[in-house]
Design a protein around this ligand. Structure first.
Ligand code: SF4
Length: 124
């Protein structure tokens, strides 16, 4: 089945509006229009077939100077895993000091990407 997605290219400030048509089940692109350069074409192709996002959220911390610490995936993960990722993050409770860059969960959701702290809290 043909799907059409309108994608705003975020590679440079020009923000070209790119339209991609294709079959997502087969991972095939039928047409792509609106890009101005090869980088934008590549971005739109990837965004159509396999969109990725960095997941950002907060994790509960007990016995620390703040009740939450911000976290994020080190790099982007498949967009379809964001909801499941938020559910997993809600189950986590850390204790005491957390430093920015600490690995909170290795290989988060089997993506090969770690969930890391993007802020710090001190132990109480
Ligand atoms: S398609 Fe090329 S020119 Fe247009 S926004 Fe993307 S990178 Fe910039």
């Amino acid at each position: 089945m043909t799907t059409e997605k309108k994608i705003i290219c975020i590679i440079c400030p020009q923000g070209c509006n790119i339209t991609v048509k294709g079959d997502l089940d087969k991972g095939e692109i039928e047409s792509i229009e609106g890009f101005t350069c090869k980088r934008g074409k590549n971005y739109a192709e990837n965004e159509f077939i396999h969109p990725l996002r960095i997941l950002t959220s907060s994790v509960k911390v007990e016995g620390a100077s703040a009740p939450l610490v911000p976290v994020r995936t080190r790099t982007a993960i498949p967009k379809e895993l964001l909801f499941k990722g938020m559910e997993e993050i809600r189950k986590i409770t850390l204790k005491g000091k957390v430093e920015c860059g600490d690995v909170i969960v290795e290989n988060f959701l089997g993506t090969g990407v770690d969930l890391i702290a993007s802020g710090s809290v001190e132990a109480k």
